[in-house]
Design a protein around this ligand. Sequence first.
Ligand code: TRP
Length: 341
Amino acid sequence: MNESTPARPVVFSAAQPTGQLTIGNYFGALRNWVALQEGRECLFCVVDLHALTVRQDPKVFREWIADLAALYLACGIDPEQSAVFIQSHVPAHAELAWMLSTFTQVGELERMTQFKDKAQRHKTNVNAGLFTYPVLMAADILLYGTHQVPVGDDQKQHLELTRDIANRFNGIHGPVLQVPEPIIAKGAARVRDLQDPTKKMSKTAASELARVMILDDPKLILKKFKKAVTDSLGEIRYDNENQPGVANLLEIWCAATGNDMDAALSHFSHNMYGKLKVETAEAVIALLEPVQSRFKQWREDEPALAKVLAAGAEQARGRAEVTMGKVHDALGLMVESGRFE
Ligand code: TRP
């Protein structure tokens, strides 16, 4: 925290509604968001506009948006405490993004590793939105006077750019935009791919066995862990270098049970990999069970979900208006009543 962080800092975070989330997203992001609610003003957004940078099937996309919102709530985001909303319900995100794009250099966007990556993977659709994606992300954050942003490693560069854009704007127009700080979650497990444990677990991994989804059925979770790739050393040690598969399972077991690595090693030493796999699966299943049943409840009650999202959007719009007023003013845009400031 820096000096400008107030007693009740504003926190903003978001995920894209591009399909189901993995337990990596759960341990690395969602679970930590829940803990952040205490003593902070949190906004948790479903960034549907970001997801448009890749072609979506409208029918499926609509379901994914509702699914992700329901999942936030199922994981323990409390709509009484935090604003849960859909990005496109607050038009100011796109409006501010336009303005901020004029404070962003093409060269900066060209250096974004995620852009380079995605442009590689979607060679036939390297659209301008994919290129300006980080500017929209900057707008998401800066719109709410955000002090703190929980982000994973892959988004750090985007947050750095957000800070640069804010500082540049402020340098020209005075202190209008709050410059956000990253929050790196303490002890957030970095869950890796079950089939290739040298890679991060990704929702887009080629093999279904490689990733465990938050909403996977318990039987499937058990199957995936049983098939997890380990090694032929036959001894349970925490050695990321030589035994990445075993290390990954140990880390997941710790994350799911709340034990530390010492406890894990004394619990599993002298055991076979089979027991480690099954117990890790069981711990994950037990942890996800209440999340899955709450998800089902929210998803089956569309009016309740819609009500939460409407309230969240209204709250977000109210806050956004304050920033947009300042930004319009700073840029010298004319107000509708015709008054020149
Ligand atoms: N780019 C982020 C991701 O893919 C999602 C995102 C959009 C985000 N806007 C944000 C994350 C603002 C944090 C803050 O994971």
